[in-house]
Design a protein around this ligand. Structure first.
Ligand SMILES: Cc1cc2nc3c(=O)[nH]c(=O)nc-3n(C[C@H](O)[C@H](O)[C@H](O)COP(=O)(O)OP(=O)(O)OC[C@H]3O[C@@H](n4cnc5c(N)ncnc54)[C@H](O)[C@@H]3O)c2cc1C
Ligand SMILES: *[C@@H]1O[C@H](CO)[C@@H](O)[C@H](O)[C@H]1NC(C)=O
Ligand SMILES: *[C@@H]1O[C@H](CO)[C@@H](O)[C@H](O)[C@H]1NC(C)=O
Ligand SMILES: *[C@@H]1O[C@H](CO)[C@@H](O)[C@H](O)[C@H]1NC(C)=O
Ligand SMILES: CC(=O)N[C@H]1CO[C@H](CO)[C@@H](O)[C@@H]1O
Length: 497
């Protein structure tokens, strides 16, 4: 490996963050006395949330539908050619994570998730092979998961992710296509269906398989942004989380300096409307002739390839086009994943107009503030993915659980949702269907600042430090309330079962 000063600084910073901000793992058999939390899903989000909980003395049980080999969620299910699209700087899903390079491989990501899982002794707290079908609350506001055998929980963290089963649309004539990969034949054309993030995955797979030519068949236009940490962070800096009057500036710059001669591929619609693809090679491959990008609709398959209606820019899907035949040796359906269901949550969580993602901070259903659907309600975003926000969301839940005065009332949660809708009234997309990372940070700041009882928790919520001090204050507050006869507001901490 070559010596790289930036990498060295990056590693040093990560080392310091890990030392300063990782909550101390409890000893393996320590009795954790604070409220008990059910975490649903053992992907990156579930493992990170659970590690935060036990690190602050809360007990957890992780429920994972898959077996032990599913630890790591979606990353456990994809091929080795799949890797991180964004820079790992924006993928520090737990303070303890220390990446050795900018773009870790699938195996390195799985190892990092396992490492957090083991460090926080979550082995004994994970139930593999248990798909959560139902969570419900008894009159004491405690939760049950699936059945009574797992005991009562004070809070629920749903971390089911956004990638469930692969989406496999059936297309006319699909079974007549013959894969041409006999020992004598070369892979000449790769044919891709779709145009989202999975198309990038497929491209990487194609280049690993030494495809001579790759054609991407895309139904709709998607923005492509360069794989450059600084550019990506600047784009995530739009605190408004929507198309604004100056959005034309980044859009112009991308067209002029990134797309250049291929400007026709840049979508007409705004950048801040849909998750962009992060990739720096695809445009180069198109320029050099080893890849082609065709916009249009698939008509049917035949023995040697695909009949395709090629549309020009601006013609909507299904609109008129030119019929062409695309020859292919192999067809990769890069059609993405269907969304895992949250239907195990109580029905009232889905009442319009407060159905996901239209929840408090996008994550807490207004009818149940002790449910935190961490990182799984998102639709489109620019920014980072599994980053600090997993910890922040988890700690907001922990704050609600131990400090009754910080708990939001359903009416106020709805008011916040209305308020955010109002702020984004001119956005071309519904308020919660697109956000940027900076907007998320503004939500947190607002959430902590709006309620004076949350101020003492600010350092804890944002950095995970100093939960002892606010807890002593909470105990003092509890005493005051007992004296003035408001015990019903008492913290859960004092309610021993
Ligand atoms: C190839 C690929 C590349 C990606 N690249 C990036 C990238 O560059 N940057 C980025 O930010 N993101 C990227 N992503 C997005 C990725 O989804 C997230 O980064 C992250 O890994 C999601 O973690 P998660 O824990 O939230 O969800 P998952 O990893 O999907 O884990 C959810 C887990 O919950 C379990 N589960 C679901 N329902 C239930 C139930 N009812 N009961 C029990 N268990 C259940 C599932 O079995 C699964 O193990 C990429 C995704 C893929 C597939
Ligand atoms: C990629 O992963 C999928 C799903 O696990 C699997 O079916 C397929 O065979 C894998 N492909 C390669 C080339 O490993
Ligand atoms: C993926 O990579 C890991 C380590 O790099 C290796 O152990 C594993 O066998 C690979 N899996 C496949 C399907 O190639
Ligand atoms: C939120 O807005 C809806 C209409 O969009 C209104 O019916 C409802 O009363 C508002 N709720 C609050 C809490 O302001
Ligand atoms: C699984 C999941 O929802 N991951 C998302 C976490 O949040 C980021 C946005 O900050 C998304 O890009 C991820 O896909």
């Amino acid at each position: 490996m070559t010596w790289n000063p930036f990498l060295l600084v990056y590693q040093l910073i990560q080392y310091i963050i890990a030392k300063l901000l990782s909550p101390t793992p409890p000893s393996p058999h320590a009795k954790l006395s604070r409220p008990r939390i059910a975490v649903i899903g053992a992907g990156l989000t579930g493992v990170s949330s659970a590690a935060h909980c036990v690190g602050h003395g809360f007990d957890v049980v992780i429920f994972e539908a898959g077996g032990r080999d599913q630890l790591g969620g979606i990353w456990a299910r994809v091929n080795n050619t799949s890797g991180l699209q964004i820079h790992s700087l924006m993928y520090r899903f737990h303070p303890q994570v220390q990446w050795s390079n900018g773009y870790p491989t699938r195996q390195q990501i799985i190892d990092a998730i396992e490492d957090v899982w083991k460090t926080y002794h979550l082995e004994d707290k994970t139930k593999f092979g248990v798909r959560v079908e139902r969570v419900w609350q008894e009159s004491d506001e405690k939760w049950f998961v699936n059945s009574e055998e797992y005991g009562k929980f004070d809070g629920i963290i749903a971390a089911v992710g956004t990638c469930g089963d692969p989406k496999m649309p059936h297309m006319r004539g699909q079974e007549t296509f013959e894969v041409n990969s006999g020992p004598r034949s070369r892979i000449q054309t790769h044919q891709y269906v779709g145009g989202g993030a999975s198309a990038v995955e497929a491209l990487e797979y194609a280049s690993a398989a030494k495809a001579e030519k790759t054609t991407i068949l895309a139904r709709s236009d998607k923005w492509i942004i360069p794989r450059n940490a600084i550019v990506d962070m600047l784009l995530a800096f739009n605190v408004f989380g929507q198309e604004i009057y100056i959005s034309w500036i980044p859009e112009f710059l991308l067209r002029r300096f990134f797309y250049r001669d291929l400007e026709d591929l840049a979508p007409k619609k705004g950048l801040f409307m849909e998750t962009p693809m992060v990739n720096s090679d695809v445009l180069d491959k198109i320029r050099e002739g080893s890849a082609a990008w065709l916009r249009g609709d698939i008509l049917s398959f035949d023995k040697t390839g695909i009949w395709f209606s090629q549309r020009s820019k601006g013609v909507p899907p299904g609109g008129p086009g030119r019929e062409i035949h695309v020859d292919a040796d192999i067809v990769v359906m890069a059609t993405g994943f269907s969304r895992p269901s949250l239907k195990f949550l109580p029905e009232e969580c889905f009442d319009e107009p407060y159905n996901p993602p239209n929840w408090y901070l996008q994550t807490f259903p207004p009818t149940h503030r002790t449910i935190c659907a961490n990182n799984c309600t998102y639709v489109n975003a620019i920014g980072t993915v599994g980053n600090y926000h997993i910890g922040i969301y988890t700690r907001i839940l922990l704050m609600f659980l131990v400090d009754p005065l910080t708990r939001p009332r359903p009416g106020l949660m709805k008011l916040w949702i209305n308020f955010t809708r109002f702020l984004k009234i001119r956005s071309p997309t519904p308020a919660f269907d697109f956000f940027t990372y900076t907007e998320l940070m503004w939500w947190y700041v607002f959430c902590v600042a709006i309620n004076p009882f949350r101020w003492k928790w600010a350092l804890f919520v944002f950095f995970g430090i100093g939960d002892k001090l606010p807890l002593t204050v909470v105990e003092a507050e509890d005493k005051v309330r007992e004296v003035i006869g408001m015990e019903e507001f008492n913290s859960m901490q004092n309610r021993k079962d």
